[in-house]
Design a protein around this ligand. Structure first.
Ligand SMILES: [Zn+2]
Ligand SMILES: [Zn+2]
Ligand SMILES: [Zn+2]
Length: 172
């Protein structure tokens, strides 16, 4: 059984409405950019999306991709996220539950997580200050389990020639 590709009908309608409201015209290029964005469940920079789009249609320019991403953000389909490397990433926003991120500073992998407990604590803290939060982004930076293991391996390898436990030679 092959799983049917989602058609993203709602998303496409939202985008069409937004394009119209902005006084722009619907183009095949914008449609393609939207399609590829929706199919990619990743955190993408404008350059990343451009690379993917370019593979399918080499006539699409980088500026068009960038502008379309801005339109998607305005329309509420995409959301900007920053992971501390001075780049702007985009992820799906529409129909996607709120989540926060952990970023591996070694390999750049991004993990999404959600904890109701943490969310509640944040609200409680805001309450305490009489603060009314509109949105938040919680990010943890560090090493993923794989990179921790690799680091451990290289430490072991570096001292590998000399095993830690050495049996003292009886021949002295
Ligand atoms: Zn959160
Ligand atoms: Zn990693
Ligand atoms: Zn995310």
């Amino acid at each position: 059984m092959t799983r049917k590709q989602p058609e993203f009908l709602q998303e496409k309608e939202i985008f069409r409405d937004h394009i119209q409201k902005s006084g722009l015209r619907r183009t095949a290029q914008r449609d393609l950019i939207l399609e590829i964005f929706l199919r990619t469940e990743e955190h993408l920079t404008s350059e990343d999306l451009y690379t993917l789009v370019h593979r399918q249609d080499p006539t699409v320019g980088q500026t068009t991709v960038y502008r379309t991403l801005k339109l998607l953000t305005e329309a509420g389909l995409a959301r900007e996220v920053r992971f501390g490397d001075n780049k702007t990433y985009y992820e799906h926003h529409y129909n996607h539950e709120h989540h926060d991120h952990m970023i591996c500073t070694e390999c750049g992998k991004v993990f999404e997580f959600f904890s109701q407990e943490i969310e509640n604590l944040q609200d409680q803290m805001a309450d305490k200050f009489g603060f009314k939060p509109t949105h938040h982004s919680l990010r943890l930076w560090g090493l993923c389990s794989e990179c921790q293991r690799k680091q451990l391996d290289t430490t072991v390898a570096a001292s590998g020639a000399q095993p830690r436990v050495r049996v003292r030679s009886v021949v002295g």
